[in-house]
Design a protein. Sequence first.
Length: 378
Amino acid sequence: MKWENYQLKDIANYWSGKVEASVLDATNYISTENLIPDRGGVVNSNYVPTSGNSNSYSENDVLISNIRPYFKKIWFADKQGGCSNDVLVFRAKENIEPLFLYYQLSKDAFFDDMVAGSNGTKMPRGNKTSIMEFKLQIPPLPTQRKIASILSAYDDLIENNLKRIKLLEEKAFLRYKILMSSEKLIEGTVGDLADVKSGFAFKGADWTDEGFPVIKIKNIGNNDIDLTDCSLIPENIAEAAAKFKLNAGDLLIAMTGATVGKIGMMPKTETSFYLNQRVGIFKPKVENVELFLFCFYNEPSAKDAVESLASGAAQPNISGGQLESIKLFYPKFETVTEFGNSIKSQFELIWNLKQQNAKLREARDILLPRLMSGEVEV
């Protein structure tokens, strides 16, 4: 099995086709905002252009965010659609398996090369010329397909777990809607059910290369908490921030920046995690109210309320007091607790599925560079 040396431009092209805005929607429009960090794929877009043309993509294209490439945002397209100008569309040339191309570009080595050649400091962008000069080794087409098949088996398991997670969340939201339509409700505010407190104000000198992970704003998004890309603090700083140690089931919310209002529930972990400032935590006044509030903050009315309170500044901000002031309807406290108990097992399963996915991604990412270098034969 002979592997040949190439540059990226030898095996792929930038695609520059166009598509009309009229055929785009939240499910097929891709921007840097709805590409998920650390090879997490995509979610539905909050913004969709309503006029003009956008760059197009097709099934089996590889889409990569060209802004802040260190976030490693990449997606293997499974449909047609359009994307923003800051998303690069790669199309495999003849005798190159498209899925193999995707895994080649998923390597840390590729993103490291993008970062090294990027322009700008605050908002670095990859240099499109130097990107195409990335050096890589390519085996014959049958071997490409075998490697792609091995790696995609991991991704298929991850995708199946994500679908199960979505179904479990939708089931919880449905039970919430049934509860809200069948019970006598009290008009009040979030503050009736929980206090909202910000995390610990860690200093720049507190960060280290080893130690305990800290949840920052960047780790919160789309009903999830990313536990893989965390800043670390040493043991003595963790002791000083002991009151901000997180527990399974804690409900967190981003209070600053582009992700303001995004929420996530802390899963069960073997590692101690700590909370950074400008990430809010709901301190319950009612038992199991976190699950009730998780469902509430997924309601359009709650999202609109957060957006309204956080708007009007270059850097959106919302305080704990503002979050507590948001109006909501709720049943009597005993019913809120019963509701939390009734869906708790679903969220425990969600946490287990997320743990499985973390282990699958870790195994895949260990295998990826070894397969792509020919170190592991197939």
